[in-house]
Design a protein around this ligand. Sequence first.
Ligand SMILES: Cc1cc2nc3c(=O)[nH]c(=O)nc-3n(C[C@H](O)[C@H](O)[C@H](O)COP(=O)(O)OP(=O)(O)OC[C@H]3O[C@@H](n4cnc5c(N)ncnc54)[C@H](O)[C@@H]3O)c2cc1C
Length: 263
Amino acid sequence: MKIVVTVKQVPDTNAEKTFDPVTKRLNRSSIENVLNPFDEYAIEEALRIKEAQGADTTVTILTMAPASATDVVRKALGMGADNAVLLSDDAIPGSDTMATAYALAQALKHVGFDLILSGTQSTDAICSVVPAAIAEHLNIPCVTYVKKLTVENNAIDAQRETESGFVRVRAPLPALVSVTKAINEPRYPTLKGIMGAKKKEIQTPSIADIGADPARLGEAGSKTVVESFAPVGARQKGQVVSVSDAKEGAKQILDFLIAKKVV
Ligand SMILES: Cc1cc2nc3c(=O)[nH]c(=O)nc-3n(C[C@H](O)[C@H](O)[C@H](O)COP(=O)(O)OP(=O)(O)OC[C@H]3O[C@@H](n4cnc5c(N)ncnc54)[C@H](O)[C@@H]3O)c2cc1C
């Protein structure tokens, strides 16, 4: 079985982020980038399936990112993935969510897959849209927000998280599954894994290699446009309730919450 895990390089959550006023894009080159934490759960799940299924199963990492994303890819390989595909091309910068999903779907057709695993969201753009859009391009079942996954008899059996519990969903392979943080506890790359990752293959196909139409990528191929951006306003000082009578204090807090439509 061939498992492909989509992973995204994201700015470190603690890094101070700025936008380029001309391109209206995030300044990605000046900040430290890391592997999207949600994708670590997808990698871990892929490795557990591989361990259960045996040597015929392979785990490939797929990312669309600048060429400098090899560090992030190596971390995924260090966890135990077999090889990786880094899609990086001058036609890509400026791609919105749908253009990104189109490129990733083309890359997936190029590398082949039985099961695609994704995180539920990235920690930077947080659209939670890319996995479903990839599945739509590939015309395969898409099961999102999965907290438990079993692969058996060429099919998946999954528990999808809901607000009140979970629903159980089955689908035939090939399929795409996006996983939540509840599914497992990702392993740390071992020293042996980190050393071994240096020798693992990272393919770098071009847009032409994967048969993608450049007109559907980058700014030209994106139907959404960033019109403007603004910093979050400074946090206002909170309202302090200061009364000697506890009942009166409770009433004022309740009135405040009612006015804010919290209760
Ligand atoms: C007009 C516009 C221009 C943009 N220009 C750029 C740009 O120049 N450079 C840039 O980096 N971003 C750019 N973006 C943002 C980019 O489109 C999104 O980051 C991207 O579509 C992924 O969306 P998301 O981060 O919300 O992913 P989500 O849908 O929240 O991610 C869910 C999962 O999908 C997978 N995934 C998402 N993105 C990737 C990826 N790139 N590779 C592999 N797997 C992935 C991961 O498994 C992830 O956990 C632009 C967005 C807009 C609207």
